[in-house]
Design a binder for this molecule. Structure first.
Ligand code: HEM
Length: 199
């Protein structure tokens, strides 16, 4: 097992999911990314408070997991309310995605696991970088609860990686491939939610 900070290689199926996910990043997002950058490189984004609130509200729609964000998001939204901002209703990107993953959770567990992995791990990786950057640009550096986890994050992630690897040990190669093929959809849905930050 190779350990490199909190992006540890586990030697299991998570390595395969990570490898597909990293290739789907643009070159400006990660040095492991292989896609050309579309639109403005994310470091040059001009986020708005209204857009950021839309993004946060739409993320609050995910309810099925272990690295849950909903409780922390609720605290952040309360904070914005106290600051005098109006909290928007969830929009199509978050609603559509929550309906889609809920369906998958019942009908297609292999594909569901792909969304589980990509969404929750993305928040701990690029998500934290985005959180810092957006906070510096429009929130006077305020650190949102969305980017805080109870306990030691690397350890939490490692536990989830081990669980995911264990589940996938019982999968056939076809089931694993079906899961990996879902990565593109996960990037599409999560990318649409992410872009609300600029709305
Ligand atoms: C502006 C948008 C994004 C940026 C800047 C970004 C950046 C990054 C970076 C730098 C890493 C590597 C972290 C590390 O190994 O230290 C990473 C990992 C990752 N990203 Fe993204 N990313 C973005 C969007 C996304 C999206 C839309 C998804 C899919 C839902 C995603 C899923 C992942 C996953 C699964 C990992 C692996 C995490 C791990 O190894 O624990 N990312 N991202």
């Amino acid at each position: 097992m190779v350990m490199t900070g909190d992006k540890r290689c586990t030697g299991g199926f998570v390595d395969e999911m990570r490898s597909v996910a990293m290739k789907l990043h643009s070159k400006d997002q990660s040095k492991e990314g292989e896609k050309e950058t579309e639109g403005k490189p994310w470091r040059k984004w001009d986020p708005t408070i209204d857009g950021y609130l839309k993004f946060l509200v739409d993320n609050a729609e995910f309810r099925n997991t272990g690295l849950e964000r909903a409780g922390n998001l609720a605290k952040d939204l309360d904070w914005f309310k106290e600051q005098g901002h109006e909290i928007p209703e969830p929009l199509a990107p978050g609603i559509d995605y929550s309906i889609y993953v809920e369906e998958l959770s019942k009908k297609d567990p292999h594909a569901f696991i792909c969304h589980f992995y990509n969404t929750y791990f993305a928040h701990t990786a690029g998500g934290r970088m985005i959180g810092k950057k957006v906070a510096a640009k429009i929130l006077n550096g305020k650190e949102l609860e969305f980017y805080k986890w109870d306990g030691d994050l690397p350890l939490l992630l490692q536990n989830v990686r081990e669980k995911l690897n264990k589940v996938a040990e019982n999968w056939t190669r076809d089931e694993k491939n079906h899961c990996l093929q879902e990565t593109e959809k996960s990037f599409k849905f999560n990318g649409d939610i992410l872009h609300l930050i600029l709305a």
